[in-house]
Ligand binder design. Structure first.
Ligand code: IPM
Ligand code: MN
Length: 367
């Protein structure tokens, strides 16, 4: 099979972690006999520097004509004073919209070997396996109007949270379908005691849930969900929520299961899927070869599964990551106290090697 991917390393630690993700993808393609083409393009701050546009047309066209997009991270402190349309983040938001990827899947799984890395007690995080389904193209991220107006000292700012029934319905269906492939338990998170958008959200999700009577559905306010996520995270299965709540709760869930560096994500719903670790550009540790590439590597697994329907290959990446972690190899963010840790490149190498070995075993079993 031809695996045609556009790679957007972006800013900060983006280039380092995507380099390891591509290395894993190359190893996997070779081991399973797939043809791979990776085209690298600029996005975010890197693109602003090279062409004064955080999403140059050349980058967008490459993405639209590939089978999937793998992205590192965007953003950095040097762009903080730029107007919003010239910030690195606006390139990513436009890319999501152009690709039509309205459903963002963010799995947060606690690996048994990492139970002691959580800031929470091991007995609380044990068994945590959450899939956050975040609506990605609506809400306050995209609503109009949005502006800052008035003279300094007397300015006001406006952002608009807006949702249509159709936007809620399409992401809800994705979440319910995924719940069917898991433990059939879905919590929809909103703030329906305050926001009209959330009242509409709850109304639509309730209606859709009638098509999925085999899925246990409940609703929670976002403040109470934030609390439940740290007091009994293992009780959650699928969490369905709007754009901004999903952004916040997924960072929290990542920290609960060990580290922000561990989570990959898939943004789907359009013709071309977008895959990115959920962490940001982490400028404080960029360029030091210490960032955790696991989130980027797990994004590759999701890319193989969702965009290319390569289930066996996706599982191979996931089990290789689990194996390397179980063997005690860690980057700094998840290292055990007093134990040595590996660099970004070293852990990438360990995972690539584990994939090579696993693929060879599969071949032997098959033949
Ligand atoms: C994420 C990031 C982005 C978001 C930023 C970089 C625009 O935080 O993917 O979670 O808020 O969606
Ligand atoms: Mn975020």
């Amino acid at each position: 099979m031809l695996i045609k991917v556009t790679v957007l390393p972006g800013d900060g630690i983006g280039p380092e972690v995507t380099k390891q993700a591509v290395r894993v993808l190359e190893g996997l393609a070779a081991a399973f006999g797939h043809e791979l083409t990776c085209t690298q393009k600029d996005i975010g701050g890197a693109a602003l520097k090279s062409s004064k546009d955080p999403l140059p047309n050349d980058t967008l066209q490459a993405c639209l004509s590939s089978g999937a997009v793998l992205l590192g991270a965007v953003g950095g402190p040097s762009f903080d004073s730029f107007p919003s349309h010239l910030r690195p983040e606006s390139g990513l938001l436009r890319l999501r919209r152009e690709l039509g990827v309205f459903a963002n899947l963010r799995p947060a799984t606690c690996y048994p070997s990492l139970e002691d890395c959580s800031p929470l007690r091991a007995d609380i995080v044990k068994g945590t396996d959450i899939l956050i389904v975040r609506e990605l193209l609506g809400g306050i991220y995209y609503g109009e109007p949005r502006l800052i107006q008035g003279p300094t000292g007397d300015r006001s700012a406006t952002d608009t949270m807006r949702y249509t029934e159709k936007e809620i319905e399409r992401v809800a269906r994705v979440a319910f379908e995924l719940a069917r492939s898991r433990r059939r338990n879905l919590v929809s998170v909103d703030k329906a005691n305050v926001l009209d958008c959330s009242r509409l959200w709850r109304d639509v999700v309730t209606r859709i849930s009638q098509d999925y009577v085999d899925v246990k559905t409940s609703h929670m306010y976002v403040d109470s969900a934030a609390m439940a996520l740290v007091s009994h995270p293992a009780d959650f299965d699928v969490v369905l929520t709007e754009n901004m709540f999903g952004d916040i709760l997924s960072d929290q869930a990542a920290s609960v299961v060990g580290s922000l560096g561990m989570l990959g994500s898939a943004s789907v719903g359009g013709p071309v899927g977008l895959y990115e670790p959920i962490h940001g550009s982490a400028p404080d540790i960029a360029g030091q070869n210490i960032a955790n590439p696991v989130g980027a590597i797990l994004s590759v697994a999701m890319l193989l599964r969702h965009s290319f329907k390569l289930k066996r290959e996706a599982s191979c990446v996931e089990s290789s990551v689990a194996g390397v972690l179980a063997a005690g190899y860690r980057t700094r963010d998840v290292a055990k106290h007093g134990h040595g840790c590996l660099s970004t490149e070293e852990i990438g190498g360990k995972i690539a090697e584990a994939i090579r070995v696993a693929a060879a075993c599969t071949e032997n079993v098959a033949s």
